[in-house]
Design a protein around this ligand. Structure first.
Ligand code: SAH
Length: 336
């Protein structure tokens, strides 16, 4: 199995069946994989972890993804929507804390017209010419993506969730289209966004074969960012009784992705930190190089509830950042 790790490290690509073997390798081999990925991450990024300030701008969503706590069909979800002024206040706090990237994420909120988001992006761009602006607002017409890009957005996160069509239909209502999601990723790339995609690990009905195909897809797409986090059930969704995804498998995937895409930005996600107390640290040691502390207003944090027991919903932005910084320093890295 060492050969597969070495082959991936050298050629940055494997056959689907080879990815599958790596996903199922034994613990000793997985440790070899992890060390190889950690070495690549350290060679590319040093012992530095990049912080992105996450601003969750709305918990309204018109979609009904079966896994997600803010799905339209959840009457118990508490809804909020940040105003432009509130978003700018989050940016001011983030700027004061030294963040160089703002990530605006939200449900697919019908109130977010193309003009409104465009205005917010332009206002942030004007106030902070040197910062990166990342959007994660779901599926939109190509024209919207283009206008936001022209207004100053640089990056877009849109996980494909699964590359298997049948699996996609098991995770989403029929009103949602697999083809449209992939079309969106195409548009984003074409427009010139740094594009991020990814999957949940252990989502209901997922098979290891699907993950191997997901890896092949990400390899071909050559994403600049890849978000991989474990699925965690939410009590008010149809998947409430499903088991959470595996931390070990998530870490293994992070390592494979690091070898596949040495310079990609790969976060140690909040969901990984939610499932295991030391999840984010282990993510970094497996090859991740990004963390996304929360800059959302504390009053609204709990309402952006995609899954149960999400961490850091109570801390002020400064406190969140300080705690994360300490954790990262404890494993010999610096938060930048
Ligand atoms: N509306 C945006 C942002 C979605 S939230 C979009 O469609 O892209 C960001 C990610 O959270 C999703 O892409 C999904 O992979 C993840 N997520 C949603 N529910 C989750 C759950 N129950 N457990 C773990 N991750 C979840």
């Amino acid at each position: 199995m060492k050969e597969l790790t070495d082959k991936l490290a050298d050629g940055h690509a494997l056959a689907e069946a080879e990815y599958l073997s790596l996903l199922t390798c034994n613990e000793r081999e997985a440790e070899y994989l992890r060390q190889a990925a950690q070495a690549v991450a350290q060679r590319v990024f040093g012992r530095e972890v990049k912080a992105r300030g996450l601003i969750e701008i709305s918990s309204y969503c018109k979609n009904n993804c079966l896994y997600c706590g803010i799905r339209a069909g959840n009457p118990r979800a508490e809804r909020y929507r940040l105003t432009k002024e509130e978003i700018m206040e989050c940016c001011r706090q983030g700027d004061a804390l030294g963040f160089q990237t703002f990530v605006l994420q939200g449900g697919e909120d019908p109130a977010h017209t193309v003009e409104w988001v465009e205005d917010v992006v332009r206002t942030i761009r004007t106030a902070y010419p040197a910062k990166a602006i990342t959007l994660s607002l779901g599926e939109r017409p190509e024209e919207d993506y283009r206008r936001w890009f022209n207004a100053g957005a640089d990056r877009y996160l849109l996980r494909h969730e699964t590359i298997d069509r049948t699996h996609y239909a098991q995770l989403h209502p029929t009103a949602m289209s697999y083809d449209n999601r992939l079309r969106c990723l195409d548009s984003l790339k074409k427009i010139g966004y740094e594009t991020g995609t990814g999957i949940m690990v252990g989502s209901p009905f997922q098979k290891l074969e699907y993950i191997a195909a997901d890896l092949k897809f990400i390899e071909r797409l050559h994403s600049e960012m890849v978000g991989i986090g474990p699925f965690i059930p939410h009590r008010d969704t149809p998947f409430r009784a499903e088991p959470a995804g595996s931390v070990e498998l998530t870490l293994r995937l992070i390592s494979i992705l690091r070898l596949m895409l040495p310079t990609a930005n790969i976060p140690a996600t909040t969901s990984l930190g939610t499932l295991a107390a030391d999840g984010r640290e282990r993510g970094i040691l497996a090859g991740a190089n990004v963390v996304m502390p929360n800059l959302s207003p504390v009053e609204q944090r709990k309402k952006y509830s995609l899954y149960d027991n999400k961490i850091c919903t109570g801390d002020e932005a400064a406190e969140s950042r300080r705690l994360l910084e300490k954790r990262i320093e404890a494993i010999g890295y610096t938060l930048v």
